[in-house]
Write a protein that binds this ligand. Structure first.
Ligand code: ADP
Ligand code: ZN
Length: 731
């Protein structure tokens, strides 16, 4: 038999199928092959009777790598789809389907020695054979008799090493190796709480289950009980013998979901997540693969869970940017989920309080079925949002970070023994110019997109059309010389709070305080236990935690993500404010949100303050249509990164010339095209440059392959060229 093998090397020269011969292998298996004189791991992706190559030049497969077939047929098929859709290399795609540790044999099952009684005699009989003063041996035997087999290490710790050895010598006890499953987040457990569904939840469940192959968008406000809807759908499908995939943006930030799934479904839940240890990840993956676990929960990569007979793929917080992979291999999780759902005849359920504009648009167009849950559980009112005009504060002489209103609210909250969260926006790398007197922000005349300050040549630039402007030093609107460009830091906020409230405990959560795997969880747990009254943080604190005692949320710089060079900036800001506001007043007390801004009249903040998603959607979708941004067009970014700056520039210039040729042949397909330095100029020693293209929707299929071809023709080894479709950030 001839097998088509992909060697597990991601160099583009070897992104080809190589023929090997052998007998008895299965498609999808991992094998060891001789590739150009070196033993290399590979994947069998097809088999055939004959090869186009010279029969005696074909080498035999050396040996299988696993005692099971690593990649199922339907995942191979998904791989084919992804390869084409995202222009990926085979090896990069296939690696997504197995735990990284399996490659290079860096993980194995954990087995330990277990001790068991060799006799069926009653306890009295066994004890009679032991000396009366051999207490440890007698206790150990009694323990095994009553509890059944136990790990030798446990017994040694409990009864001393010599007892077990002595019993073995007497032939009363023997050992065997057993596989130990490594379970991640063992401490995340809780008693099962199952709510009776409220009418809105019941309707949602009924709607979803009425079409087992449907595509749904569940739009439910924060606290409307979406989780219970997911759990009920999963419960029904699992009862029918199906498996399910539950995706969350970042599991370490949402242990809540894991807790609830485990409480309800116990060991049939497996967690797939990059933060796990090698062993944990491998064991969880195997449990899914061999059918011991039926429910996979995790971040985006869990969409590749090795499950059969999938009944539902659920994506919670579907608007979250983390569902779009922005490094190789780049893919869009919702698209992948849709393909897998189709393969399995499964339903796809996207849920969010603030759906991505594109998803809501798809629902309006009938490509997704919209289900709405507009009220919170118990009809609690949504928190009240107060917009504070910071330009007024500046004019009143308050140049500080806190407005008078926020200071007062903080004091009240602390005195009442409640908790507050203070939120700082920290997205993007570019800086914009803002007048702190009148709130003026410099924007592009052509694109209505915020201009970015470029220090290297002291210009303001538009990252969509490339137009550049003089750097202003005086506000064109109010003539003041009061531009702000810097940002407030969390550390600074914490210090000010300590001055204002010396007796109050303040916690801080940002990239600096959360270096380790568990630190997120620890900070949040400490806050949940009431060990601090104020939590200061970046967007990390925005995601789905339930803190019943939080009655005040302060957003210190509501503008920060609004004035960003990105067309997604307003959408992101709306989502962020709504999510953050959703943290407040989840219990009995009505929450208050104080939103500080220099542009209080901005429609995004107005709609966010009202928690009016539909209002925001209608407004924003019109802007997108008028300015031909997605979902009405497609943004393509070609990114050039490398340690040698000049190489990046040269590569870009050459490829740009080729793209210009494509453009001249089809001018109407290109709404924009330009090249520039990235706002994040250098990261991890790599210089960054980009070509930005805006294509009409219907030309993408035709133009994109041509662009890929240009990029594949890269000439400089030191440069990495990558193509992103509708990237989630343009930093
Ligand atoms: P969402 O995900 O929509 O923001 P959650 O699923 O977190 O909302 O639910 C909010 C709260 O309401 C949770 O504390 C949850 O336990 C509770 N809850 C959900 N469904 C019900 C119900 N049917 N009856 C009572 N409480 C419920
Ligand atoms: Zn512009």
């Amino acid at each position: 038999m001839i097998y088509s093998v992909i060697v597990d090397l991601s160099a583009s020269e070897v992104d080809r199928i190589f023929d090997y011969k052998g007998e008895g292998y299965t498609v999808g298996a991992r094998v060891l092959v001789d590739f150009r004189g070196r033993l290399t791991e590979g994947y069998i992706i097809a088999q055939k009777d004959t090869s186009d190559f010279d029969a005696d030049k074909i080498k035999p497969i050396v040996k299988p790598l696993d005692d099971f077939t690593a990649i199922s047929e339907d995942l191979l098929d998904l791989g084919r789809y992804m390869r084409e859709q995202y222009h990926l290399r085979w090896a990069d795609v296939l690696r997504l389907f197995i735990p990284a540790e399996m490659r290079g044999n860096r993980v194995r099952l954990l087995s330990k020695q277990q001790a068991y009684l060799t006799t069926d005699d009653s306890l009295d009989v066994i004890l009679a054979s032991l000396k009366p003063n051999a207490t440890a041996q007698r206790d150990l035997v009694a323990f095994l008799y009553l509890n059944g087999p136990a790990l030798s290490e446990t017994l040694n710790a409990e009864f001393g090493n010599s007892a077990l050895r002595a019993l073995r010598q007497k032939g009363l006890v023997d050992f065997r190796e057993v596989v130990i499953r490594r379970t991640p987040y063992k401490n995340i457990q809780s008693a099962a709480v199952k709510h009776d569904l409220l009418p809105a939840q019941q309707n949602a469940v009924d709607a979803v289950l009425s079409d087992r192959q449907g595509r749904f968008l569940l739009h439910g406000v924060t606290g409307s009980g979406k989780t219970e809807v997911y759990l009920t759908v999963i419960e029904r499908l699992v009862a029918e013998g199906k498996s399910c995939i539950m995706l969350v943006p970042e599991i370490s930030l949402t242990p809540n979901m894991l807790r609830q799934l485990r409480a309800r479904f116990g060991d049939t839940v497996a967690l797939l997540h990059s933060g796990l240890s090698r062993g944990e990840r491998y064991d969880e993956w195997l449990r899914l693969k061999n059918g011991e676990a039926l429910i996979a929960v995790g971040a985006r990569s869990a969409v590749f869970a090795p499950l059969k007979n999938i009944g539902a793929i659920i994506i919670d917080e579907e608007h979250d940017g983390s569902y779009i992979s922005d490094f190789n291999p780049r893919y869009n999780t919702a698209e992948v989920a849709e393909y897998r759902a189709q393969q399995n005849g499964a339903l796809l359920l996207l849920g969010s309080a603030t759906p991505a504009l594109g998803s809501y648009y798809a629902a309006k167009q009938g490509r997704l079925r919209l289900i709405e849950m507009p009220e919170r559980i118990n009809r609690q009112p949504l928190p009240k949002v107060e917009i504070v005009d910071m330009t007024l504060e500046t004019r009143r002489g308050n140049k500080g970070i806190f407005s008078a209103a926020l200071k007062q609210r903080l004091r009240q909250t602390v005195e009442a023994g409640n908790q507050a969260m203070l939120f700082l926006n920290r997205r993007g790398y570019s800086s914009f110019l803002m007048c702190t007197k009148c709130g003026y922000v410099a924007k592009c005349e052509d694109c209505d997109v915020t201009l970015t300050v470029h220090r290297e040549d002291n210009r303001l630039k538009c990252h969509y059309c490339g137009k550049s402007y003089y750097l202003l030093d005086r506000c064109p609107k109010c003539k003041a010389q009061s531009f702000r460009q810097g940002r407030i830091g969390t550390q600074q906020v914490v210090e000010l709070l300590r001055e204002m409230f010396p007796d109050v405990k303040v916690l801080r959560m940002d990239a600096d305080t959360t270096q380790t795997k568990e630190s997120h969880g620890k900070i949040l747990e400490s806050f949940a236990k009431g060990e601090a009254q104020i939590l200061v943080g970046t967007q990390m604190i925005a995601k789905g935690h339930d803190f019943p005692k939080v009655t005040l949320v302060g957003i210190l710089d509501g503008d920060q993500s609004l004035h960003h060079e990105d067309y997604l900036a307003t959408e992101r800001t709306f989502q962020l404010i709504t999510q953050v506001a959703g943290r407040s007043g989840r219990d009995k007390d009505v929450g208050v949100v104080v939103l500080q801004t220099y542009t209080p009249a901005h429609y995004c903040l107005r709609f966010a303050a009202e928690q009016d998603y539909k209002g925001f959607y209608n407004y924003e979708i019109n802007i997108r249509q008028a300015s031909a941004f997605p979902p009405f067009s497609e943004i393509v970014r070609i990114l050039y990164t490398g340690e040698k700056e000049q190489d990046c520039i040269d590569e870009l210039v050459e490829q740009d010339a080729e793209i210009s040729n494509i453009r001249s042949a089809r001018p109407e397909a290109f709404l924009y095209a330009d090249k520039m330095r990235c706002p994040l100029r250098r990261a991890e020693k790599q210089y960054r440059f980009q070509i930005l293209l805006k294509l009409t929707k219907d030309s993408v299929r035709e133009i994109l392959p041509q662009i890929y071809a240009v990029c594949d023709g890269k000439k400089r080894r030191s440069v990495t060229v990558s193509v992103e479709r509708n990237p989630q950030n343009l930093s």
